[in-house]
Write a protein that binds this ligand. Structure first.
Ligand code: 5GP
Length: 209
């Protein structure tokens, strides 16, 4: 059974409220949720104060957006390179999303986990499902928008995608929202700092975010 929905705005109203029980010291935390919900902003907030959290850099076949740096935001690869990684079993999970492929390089994650480092994956639904199967003690967190209208606004306002790409991402977002119950915890992204604090508590890392 999934945990009851934990809304970040409720945390703000009740700062001493207990966090939902988490598996004992989850080391691998998966942050998922529809495109545009603000996962990257939450991740930036988390890591600004907690450099000990290691964020996996995914490989992708999509083209870089302005300002994205190869090796920092993603490793941008060709279809052939991606095929090779899949054939070598070099990816912990991978998925096709909005016409491109995305995947988590396996070796780097496994090395960090073996060393006891908290590892964060920021990935979409199909990938989260694969991690659920391959790393059963991972903690799966669903980041949900305050409302559908707000998600549409955020995705449109970003201004990085063409209208048909936004439409496709919104169609996928509906499917992702319907899968919320598969996750261990839901956090509503009303306030980035509250969400980051919640994640740290779930991780057992302390709460300055
Ligand atoms: P974007 O193109 O906006 O950077 O990412 C599109 C979606 O792919 C987002 O939901 C993002 O979280 C997800 N994503 C990024 N990296 C990975 C990955 O390695 N694996 C999977 N399954 N999804 C990813």
């Amino acid at each position: 059974m999934p945990e009851p929905v934990q809304a970040a705005e409720e945390t703000a109203a009740e700062p001493t409220g207990a966090a939902p029980p988490a598996p004992a010291s989850p080391r691998l935390l998966v942050l998922s949720g529809p495109s545009g919900v603000g996962k990257s902003t939450v991740v930036r907030q988390l890591r600004a104060h907690h450099r000990e959290i290691w964020l996996s850099v995914s490989v992708t076949t999509r083209f870089p957006r302005p300002g994205e740096v190869d090796g920092v935001h993603y490793q941008f690869v060709t279809d052939e390179q991606f095929d090779r990684l899949v054939a070598e079993d070099g990816l912990l999970e991978w998925a096709e999303f909005s016409g491109h492929r995305y995947g988590t390089p396996r070796a780097a994650v496994e090395q960090r986990l073996a060393a006891g480092v908290p590892v964060l994956l920021e990935i979409e639904l199909q990938g989260a499902r694969q991690v659920r199967r391959s790393v059963p003690d991972a903690l799966l967190v669903f980041l949900s928008p305050p409302s559908w209208d707000e998600l549409v606004r955020r995705l449109t306002r970003r201004g990085t995608e063409a209208p048909e790409v936004i439409d496709r991402r919104l169609a996928t977002a509906r499917e992702e929202l319907a899968a919320e119950a598969e996750f261990d915890v839901t956090l509503v992204n009303t306030n980035v700092q509250d969400v980051a604090r919640r994640l740290l508590t779930l991780w057992g890392i302390g709460d300055s975010a």
